[in-house]
Design a protein around this ligand. Structure first.
Ligand SMILES: Cc1cc2nc3c(=O)[nH]c(=O)nc-3n(C[C@H](O)[C@H](O)[C@H](O)COP(=O)(O)OP(=O)(O)OC[C@H]3O[C@@H](n4cnc5c(N)ncnc54)[C@H](O)[C@@H]3O)c2cc1C
Length: 404
């Protein structure tokens, strides 16, 4: 480890470099939300210029098992064919489905909500119901309010006590969003429109009190040149398409390769990336407050069968029940993909993330704690939400090894 690149002690601010200084190859995010580099270091068009790529001093992460304050497990609501966004007539109700966003629900939420609300508006109803109060339900409700509709949410649980709160909290719009075989040109157009709408919405949430959304630097570490090996092919997961690196290249800065001496990590291959982070605590609170302030109402209610939708007052309903739609609608196309994160005590001075593909962990510097995510073989199709503390402690120990 190159100690001079780590700040000594806590409480020091870390200066972030402009990631636009040195252009490099595209960073793609793989299905766990980690940046997975597509470029091979040997192919770099030019070496980064040291004057502009000097290593910022980084505050060390205090990674130890006794600093883990929460372990969250939830299931991504994955559908091989992508999210279900469409209208169905059920009795006298028009139901607009909006569920099945895999590992991209937060990222795509605003764009997906926009599509769903257009469908709801087509019914001409001015009062609508939204079933579900997670990332998708709440953004659908807010977009509907902004379109001039009155909205009542019905949900058995609401943010923050919903699966959405177990997410890592980064911009990952193509994470487990569909399988490669379903990424048809039509799907891709649809996905791109959703992603671009969402991205624009997120930029309007920057610079607010409590930082619900912010940009952060991160370091992708690898023992082998980027682009060699890795991926989900060997852990029981299907092939997923890389949509972001092809279709959203213009949206945000690309990652930069760093040379030894330009970073503090004792790892042969390192790139610096820039990432949009959702501080889910503050962000969820902001969404809830905005909804209630605009006159929204929330009714606690658990539906056990679809026909109970007929009992809600509103004739147009947006169904945003996430993985809950599997039981409620009998939709067996929804596959659970288990995910677990450990939260370390917040360190405001840690402003960078890390992803280390071969060591299988991903770190996000959230304001409410440092998130350490580790993916495990057997997560695909696994709906078990029992925390595996040993797995999180092992990931934290691998992270700690970087700072020894
Ligand atoms: C470990 C992990 C990390 C992730 N990281 C990211 C990330 O960094 N970025 C990203 O964009 N996405 C991420 N995701 C994916 C994201 O969390 C999901 O796509 C998203 O939370 C889905 O939101 P939702 O509102 O559809 O579902 P939910 O959060 O499950 O909300 C469903 C709502 O419906 C209600 N409901 C369900 N069934 C019923 C019923 N029968 N009756 C009444 N109410 C009902 C629930 O109470 C709840 O209010 C991650 C997922 C996991 C598991």
């Amino acid at each position: 480890m190159q100690r001079r690149h780590f700040l000594r002690g806590a409480g020091l601010a870390v200066a972030a470099l402009s990631s636009g200084a040195v252009a490099a190859r595209e960073t793609e995010r793989n299905q766990s939300g980690m940046p997975a580099e597509s470029a091979n270091d040997a192919d770099l068009p030019f070496a980064p210029r040291a004057a502009f790529a000097a290593a910022p001093p980084l505050a060390p992460i205090r990674a130890s098992a006794d600093r883990v304050i929460a372990i969250n497990v939830c299931t991504r609501p994955f559908r091989a064919q992508g999210p279900r966004i469409g209208t169905e007539r059920i009795g006298r109700r028009t139901v607009v489905h909006n569920y099945g966003h895999g590992g991209s629900g937060w990222s795509l939420s605003w764009g997906s909500a926009t599509l769903a609300v257009h469908l709801a508006q087509a019914t001409g109803e001015k009062n609508i119901a939204v079933i579900g109060c997670g990332a998708i339900g709440l953004t659908s409700a807010l977009v509907a309010q902004r379109a001039g509709l009155r909205v009542r949410i019905y949900a058995k649980d609401r943010l923050p006590d919903v699966p959405s709160s177990g997410a890592t909290g980064v911009w990952s719009p193509d994470s487990r969003i569909c399988t490669a075989e379903h990424a048809t040109p039509g799907f891709e157009r649809h996905w791109e429109a959703m992603a671009r709408t969402s991205f624009r919405s997120y930029q309007t949430l920057l610079g607010l009190a409590d930082n619900p959304v912010e940009w952060r630097d991160g370091y992708a570490l690898s023992d082998v040149p980027f682009g060699q090996g890795g991926g989900h092919g060997d852990d029981g997961e299907p092939d997923y398409p890389s949509l972001e690196s092809r279709l959203l290249r213009d949206l945000h800065p690309r990652s930069q390769p760093l040379l030894p001496g330009q970073h503090p990590f004792a790892v042969p291959h390192v790139r610096r990336y820039t990432q949009l982070v959702f501080n889910l605590g503050a962000y969820s609170r902001l969404l809830m407050d905005d909804f209630l302030r605009a006159g929204g109402e929330i009714e606690t209610r658990a539906f056990t069968q679809l026909r109970e939708f007929a009992e809600v007052r509103e004739k147009t309903i947006i169904n945003a029940t996430g993985y809950g739609a599997r039981a409620l609608l009998g939709d067996s196309s929804l596959t659970p993909v288990r995910g677990q994160t450990a939260k370390l005590i917040p360190q405001p001075e840690v402003t960078y993330g890390i992803s280390y593909a071969r060591q299988n962990f991903n770190v996000v510097p959230r304001r409410d704690g440092i998130l350490v995510q580790a993916q495990a073989a057997g997560d695909f199709g696994n709906a078990d939400t029992t925390p595996d503390r040993a797995a999180s402690e092992a990931a934290v120990a691998r992270l700690a090894a970087l700072f020894e």
